[in-house]
Design a protein around this ligand. Structure first.
Ligand SMILES: [Mg+2]
Length: 189
C-alpha cells in the first residue's frame, strides 16, 4: 500500500472552488449527467428526476455541488490523493467535512495560525514548499493567475494548477473534476 507521504496532494481552496458564490449551470441537467457517466459513478446523477445537485451547508450558507463532494470523498477514501484544506476560511474549513460527509482532511493553510504578509502569497509559499519536498500537487484555487504564480512554478510537471473562474462565482465544474481525475491517473493513482 502506498504510504500517505507518497500520495499526490490536492490543495483545496473553499471560496470560489469548493463553493461558488452562485449556483452555476455546469452542474445542472445534462452537464452533470455527462460527468457522472464519464467518471463511471456508481450512483449516476439522474437529470430526469429533477434532483438538485446542490447541497446547502450551514457554513456561511455556502452551496457545494453534490458531485464535487462525492468526487472528493471518493478520491480520499480510495487513497488516490491526500486532500488538504488550503483556505483562508481557517478553522471553518473543518465544518465542511461534517456538512458534506467528508473524511477529515489536514489543514495546509490557516490564517488564524499565521501572520498575514502582504509581500508574498502564503499559499504560493506552501505549494513551493511541497514541491521542494518532492510532492506531486494538484492546486485548486481561484486566485491562481499568471501574475500571482511565477512561470517556473506553473511549468513544474509535478504540479497541476486549476483556477476556476473568472471570479469566485464559478467553483469546480465537471471539466475540472475530469482534469483532476486524469492527472491522478497519469501519476498512477
Ligand atoms: Mg478562493
Amino acid at each position: 500500500m502506498t504510504a500517505d507521504e507518497d500520495l499526490p496532494i490536492i490543495a483545496l481552496d473553499i471560496d470560489g472552488v469548493l463553493s461558488p458564490i452562485l449556483k452555476n449551470e455546469d452542474w445542472e441537467g445534462e452537464n452533470a449527467y455527462r460527468w457522472e457517466k464519464l467518471a463511471n459513478r456508481t450512483h449516476p446523477f439522474d437529470a430526469e428526476r429533477n434532483h438538485s445537485p446542490w447541497i446547502k451547508t450551514d457554513c456561511m450558507d455556502a452551496y457545494v455541488a453534490e458531485p464535487v463532494a462525492d468526487f472528493l470523498r471518493d478520491v480520499a477514501c480510495r487513497r488516490r490523493a491526500r486532500i488538504m484544506w488550503h483556505s483562508t476560511w481557517g478553522k471553518r474549513a473543518k465544518a465542511f467535512e461534517k456538512a458534506l460527509n467528508l473524511p477529515s482532511f489536514e489543514v495546509l493553510y490557516n490564517t488564524y495560525s499565521r501572520p498575514f504578509r502582504e509581500d508574498r502569497w502564503e499559499k504560493l509559499v506552501d505549494i513551493e514548499a511541497l514541491l521542494e519536498r518532492g510532492h506531486r500537487v494538484i492546486w485548486l484555487d481561484d486566485h491562481i493567475t499568471p501574475e500571482s504564480v511565477p512561470q517556473h512554478v506553473l511549468d513544474n510537471l509535478d504540479l497541476l494548477c486549476i483556477a476556476p473562474g473568472p471570479g469566485d462565482e464559478v467553483g469546480l465544474t465537471p471539466n475540472h473534476l475530469y482534469l483532476i481525475d486524469r492527472q491522478l491517473k497519469v501519476w498512477g493513482f
